[in-house]
Design a protein around this ligand. Structure first.
Ligand SMILES: Cc1cc2nc3c(=O)[nH]c(=O)nc-3n(C[C@H](O)[C@H](O)[C@H](O)COP(=O)(O)OP(=O)(O)OC[C@H]3O[C@@H](n4cnc5c(N)ncnc54)[C@H](O)[C@@H]3O)c2cc1C
Ligand code: FES
Length: 249
């Protein structure tokens, strides 16, 4: 059930340059949330619109969120301290489809946030990419207790394989029998991942981001065109079957 939770901040710490890990005490939200869902966070009374952020962990009755401070809202959020309270609307959207068998998670940058929740709940390997080691080192630590194998690529080769996740993916998909691929990150990356999964006849689910207002399916600001017609990312997504949102021509 979607509710407005008042949650106490346990920790709000910088884990990499401008990237923060926010932990809030929210047992009821943690209990109901599915991997791939998101919340709308009220930053303060100065902000009319809430900000959508993915749920990255629900362990121990705490909800964890990873966010990059990119604008005024996330900047103000980054200055909030333990003990303060936040209004959080959730859990929103549809979530990834649970599967029998191992799932390969493929994420780039902050796209790894919702995939961490999938690693916590399902049997997974993860392929993560970033521009440099700073962008992936903290993610390696976060995924280590959950994912069986971790593959890493960086654009500059400072850690893992040199190149993009799509360069490393064909070999990984050939080495094991995965039940599905879940991906989140820049759209161009997800399209490449979806294409490679399709070549292997693997189901692929993608997590879409669109600027949002209500987050509840009421305002239409997050509509996209799909193979099934107009869809709202906040309500019909943010998780879509790749074939519904991408054509590969
Ligand atoms: C379903 C969903 C889940 C998300 N999960 C996360 C997450 O787990 N971690 C995280 O760091 N971010 C996530 N985002 C993006 C996050 O909502 C935006 O970065 C945030 O709202 C920016 O707010 P702001 O006030 O700081 O920036 P603004 O001042 O509003 O904008 C600053 C910059 O961020 C861009 N931006 C704003 N909103 C979005 C958006 N929805 N998608 C892409 N770019 C945007 C703007 O174009 C602008 O360049 C998610 C977005 C959606 C829709
Ligand atoms: S944000 Fe209002 S319909 Fe999606």
């Amino acid at each position: 059930m979607i509710k407005n939770f008042i949650a106490e901040i346990i920790l709000n710490e910088e884990v990499a340059e401008k990237v923060f890990r926010l932990t809030v005490d929210a047992p009821e939200l943690a209990e109901q949330a599915r991997a791939g869902q998101f919340v709308q966070v009220k930053i303060s009374d100065d902000f009319t619109l809430r900000r959508p952020l993915g749920i990255a962990s629900t362990a121990g009755g705490h909800v964890k969120i990873f966010y990059r401070a990119v604008g005024r809202g996330t900047e103000v959020l980054s200055r909030q301290r333990a003990g303060e309270r936040l209004e959080i609307l959730g859990s929103l959207g549809n979530g990834f489809t649970p599967r029998d068998g191992k799932i390969l998670l493929v994420g780039g940058g902050m796209g790894l946030a919702p995939l961490l929740c999938a690693a916590e709940k399902f049997s997974t390997d993860v392929l993560m990419g970033g521009r440099t080691s700073n962008e992936v080192t903290f993610w390696q630590k976060e995924f280590r207790p959950h994912a069986e194998e971790i593959f890493v690529t960086t654009d500059d080769g400072s850690v893992g394989k040199y190149g993009f996740v799509t360069d490393a993916l064909p070999e990984i998909l050939s080495a094991k029998n995965y039940a599905a691929v879940f991906t989140c990150g820049p759209e161009i990356m997800m399209r490449g991942v979806a294409r490679l999964a399709r070549e292997k006849n693997l189901p692929c689910e993608v997590s879409f981001e669109k600027r949002m207002a209500c987050g509840l399916g009421a305002c239409l600001s997050c509509s996209i065109d799909t193979a099934k017609g107009r869809r709202k990312v906040c309500k019909d997504g943010p998780i879509f079957n790749a074939d519904e949102v991408f054509d590969y021509d």
